[in-house]
Design a protein around this ligand. Structure first.
Ligand SMILES: [Mn+2]
Length: 241
């Protein structure tokens, strides 16, 4: 099978709609977590649930209770749970942490949100070899697809290939657009353009907490290098005893 990996959609329905227009009809849609936590959570879930059996879901840290740390993100996820009915809430919380699929030309592939062992553990483009080796030690697959850090990369460590498809709804790529990956038979990193002006208007109308912060991130995103270095530093501080 071919797999379209859609990670970190973050409730950005206009970005998702644009990406889904670019996804080949014969591809499975892997929804890589941090799916609804953003300005249009209910519409985003509804659109993805309409994919039915074509979609494979895994859970991100922001899709479960208690999965975010900062005050801003706690506010935002509280707002999200208010927007979603109890049924959607239970659905998101009950999703599996990982999924394993056999992809055309790539073989057995493990999909996770943060790392194979945690939806909160960050892998970045600059993760040191030693830390990466420890993270991947028990992955049990030759290809691991992870998200959470919102920038695309394609790395190898001890025979394990690690791919980040980037983020559909809140990318850190130094450039606007929606980022994802098409897997099978190659790993193809993709960027889809969407109408950011219309999306900005919808975000401002949604009632989403601190919309200006999101609007600014979408319009003038940090570069992948800046994001990778910042997130790597954060991960190291979290790890420190
Ligand atoms: Mn995340």
């Amino acid at each position: 099978m071919k797999v379209a990996a859609l990670y970190d959609i973050h409730g950005n329905l206009p970005a998702l709609e644009a990406v889904l227009r670019d996804v080949p009809e014969d591809a499975i849609v892997l929804i890589g977590g941090d799916t609804a936590a953003g300005p249009m959570p209910a519409g985003t879930l509804e659109r993805l649930l309409a994919l039915g059996d074509r979609a494979v879901w895994i859970r991100g840290n922001a899709d479960r209770e208690g999965g975010v740390e900062s005050e801003l993100w706690r506010w935002r996820t509280d707002w999200m749970w208010e927007q979603l009915g109890g049924e959607n809430r239970a659905f998101l919380n009950g999703l599996p942490g990982t999924a394993s699929l056999t992809v055309d030309g790539l073989g057995e592939t493990l999909f996770c949100h943060g790392s194979p062992r945690s939806d909160e553990e960050a892998i970045t483009a600059v993760t040191a070899e030693e830390r990466l080796r420890a993270i991947l030690a028990d992955a049990g697959a030759s290809l691991v697809v992870c998200g959470h850090t919102h920038h695309q990369f394609d790395r190898r460590s001890d025979g394990v290939r690690v791919v980040n498809p980037g983020s559909v709804g809140m990318p850190y790529e130094g450039r606007t657009g929606a980022y994802w990956a098409l897997l099978g038979p190659e790993v193809e990193h993709r960027r889809t353009e969407y109408d950011l002006e219309a999306a900005t208007a919808a975000i401002r109308e949604s009632g989403y907490p601190e919309p200006d912060e999101l609007v600014e991130t979408l319009a003038t995103p940090p570069t992948a290098k800046e994001a990778a270095e910042f997130l790597e530093q954060q991960a190291l501080e979290k790890e420190a005893p």
